[in-house]
Write a protein that binds this ligand. Sequence first.
Ligand code: G3I
Ligand code: 9MR
Ligand code: ZN
Length: 548
Amino acid sequence: MAMALALCAMGVVAAADSSSAGIRVNQVGFRPDAVKTAVFAGTGVDGEAFAVIEVNSGETVFEGNLSAAIDNPWAGETNRVADFSGLTRNGTYCVVSADGLESPAFTVGEDVYGELLRSAARMLYLQRCGIETDGALAGPYAHPACHTALATVWDTGEKIDVSGGWHDAGDYGRYVVSGAKAAADLMLAHALRGEILDDFGIPESGDGLDDLLEEAKVELDWLLKMQAASGGVYHKVSCASFPAFIPPEKETGELIVCPVSNTATGDFAAVMAMASRLCAVDWPEDARAYLDAARRAWDYLAQHEGEPGFQNPDGIVTGEYPDDDDSDERFWAAAELASATGEAVYVEAASDLLATGGKRHGLGWLDVGTYGLLAVLNDARRDEDDPTREAARVELDAIEEEALAAIALNPYGADRTDAYEWGSNMGVANTAALLMMEGRRGNEACRRAAQQPLDYLLGKNATGYCFVTATGARSPEHPHHRPSHVAREVMPGMLVGGPNSGLEDPRAASLLRGNPPAKCYVDDEQSYSTNEVCVYWNSPLVLLLAGM
Ligand code: G3I
Ligand code: 9MR
Ligand code: ZN
């Protein structure tokens, strides 16, 4: 191991190429008490020795033996796991194999995720729309106020102000269901921390209030503008089609507000009810407005049962976020309104919707049932033996068991094997965040397991990429993201979509055909189905890191 030791000491990092053998590891690091593992891909033999080396001194700080081989057909690899959980001393290290391969460097320390949390949260600030972002805070991504013109409500002459919020992703559309998911994650992050974080480097930093909640409020205050007089909520606002790779203020085509949808209305009611609780102390007037808006959205839903999901109107080709099943959105809305008010109508609705047994899982833009379960379980008004609470507990236990089993099956620790959907990294981050939250509730198995999907996102995966930009030894440099393209410098702290075995864009189809599912990822600006970024992919990462 002498040779490897010398390289490691010089800070040389073996290329973690997806096509070749390598040692994959979380490229950020671990807290001292965490489970710490690296995965050897296509290298090593069963039981062979490996070492962990301190990068600066070259000192061997841990020695262990590889696990037996694990077949990983979903990555087209044979894997062996190197467990170095016994290493608890703070420092910067790399894992070295007997034949001289090295992993990227990582650190062990108490605050290993603090900087990443701030940069992942700051991405949301950099995605803000409708305001000028500050050169001193936003650097190369600063922009003048964008998308401030009045927008036309589809198929009417009506012009309304829907300025504000965040640009969704690599595009500049603003969509209610995805924005609500992102705001919910920030609110959950705010609610679970006992202390305030006030140093993200956003304009509100230093004002004594929690930046997590203040960033969520940016989206909430935009969402308020998306509610129609009927109480229903418009599905989205964007131009008719996606722009070229231009800065946001240069997208000056007509803004079109698309029709109300039930899924947008349900998500809106849920996050507004949530916000009414969390903002009551610091923004009492806003809190009242949020609750009033949530009630009106709920009343709209009550009068609009059984309607089809949103479809892009003729001529509109931006993000569709289609969803024909609004029962999970209704359940989440009822659960949050019950939690905010304790009123019988919402309490009963939540209980009925949970009992009707439809889709009661999901932390995405499409399926949101788990948010409803969390709302029930976090509802301080409910006793331990409240029947709805007990039913929610049973559902959540089943979701967790499934996640733990899936994680155990994949040597890389993602909660999936052969199916990598568009934005698969969001699913992985959601699972990690859920396990983290359950860990904080006292479930030790969940607490420990949350490390696995986090490691996956940060580099312990079949591609060898740390999937967060400007983080770790090897991260995406060419995301599908207009502001990064314009600045000629990748915006830091962005979680890319990750492997998508559906090969849903022409670039992915031409470059990745035949790849095993876990390797259907390419760091190419044109591959929007594997390499785009989104506010609602960053938000579960923020939630996860805030809780770790
Ligand atoms: O629901 C089916 C599921 O039943 C099936 O098993 C699975 C198989 O892969 O596919 C599921 O549908 C997928 C759906 O997402 C839900 O996961 C579709 O194939 C997939 O095409 C769809 O991708 C969405 C994509 O838009 C295209 O509609 C992504 O989730 C969504 O994040 C993405 O969102 C875009 C916006 O439209 C525009 N802004 C950027 C943003 C991110 O790329
Ligand atoms: O930039 C768009 C991205 O935000 C979307 O997620 C993606 C899928 O809807 O579409 C991208 O826009 C592309 C369009 O779909 C096809 N022509 C090229 C556009 C830019 O790459
Ligand atoms: Zn804008």
